[in-house]
Design a protein around this ligand. Structure first.
Ligand code: CA
Length: 230
């Protein structure tokens, strides 16, 4: 996917700047709006992929921004991550009622926020909307959490399932161990890169019987891809 654009609607300049710095470091494109009215305008013009929405905003409040975005077809599905102050429990509930997708409570850690944003991005990746994905003779049923190859049931552990699920969304694309760690384990978890090799090994063992082509390609010093043609 192309570089995701995140809009920060936050009237505390210091926090907005800190968020911008951290998000840009992670490779996102960042837009900033200092009040609710500006946020709505920028969203309309720039069509960002995610909105980080402070609840207490001048001009148009966070809850009102949320409500208006949900009313419009073009922004009905824009992922909204609320930033709320500690203790504002009723705001959080109202926010989720109004259509926010998730919230973080201030003060939050950047690690936590980044993990939430990544989770949202995983949800909005187009492939993720499909219930069944297939590549070659492999079928992943993402609702039932079942995998079949040539019609036979393949039994996978939860990590192997997530690995395959990630790879099958982007057939042919090579992922580094670090990218797979981020996507499958989450980057807030510390796992050694070679753990990926262990789970790829298990995934292969489960997927392939003696006569079948190994669908997972090892790309030396680069990573892995799911690639039947290779
Ligand atoms: Ca505020």
């Amino acid at each position: 996917m192309s570089i995701p654009t995140i809009i920060i609607a936050e009237d505390e300049d210091a926090l907005a700047t800190l968020l911008q710095y951290n998000l840009e470091k992670e490779g996102y494109r960042v837009l900033i709006a200092g009040d609710g009215e500006e946020a709505l305008m920028v969203i309309d013009e720039q069509k960002p992929d995610i909105l980080l929405l402070d609840w207490m905003l001048p001009k148009v409040s966070g809850i009102e921004v949320c409500r208006r975005l949900r009313q419009k077809t073009e922004t009905r599905n824009l992922p909204i991550l609320m930033l709320t102050a500690r203790g504002e429990e009723s705001d959080r509930i109202r926010g989720l009622d109004t259509g926010a997708d998730d919230y973080v409570v201030k003060p939050f850690s950047m690690t936590e926020l980044m993990a939430r944003i990544r989770a949202v991005l995983r949800r909005i990746r187009p492939g993720l909307a499909d219930d069944r994905l297939s590549h070659g003779d492999i079928i992943v049923d993402r609702v039932a959490h079942r995998v079949k190859r040539q019609g036979r049931e393949v039994h996978l552990g939860p990590t192997e399932f997530r690995l395959l699920d990630h790879l099958i969304q982007h057939p042919g694309r090579v992922f580094s161990r670090e990218q797979l760690l981020d996507a499958v384990w989450g980057s807030d978890v510390y796992v050694e890169a070679r753990t990926v090799d262990v789970h790829i090994g298990r995934l292969r063992k489960a997927l392939n019987n003696a006569t079948e082509v190994d669908p997972i390609r090892t790309v030396r010093s680069a990573g892995y891809s799911l690639d039947m043609e290779a």
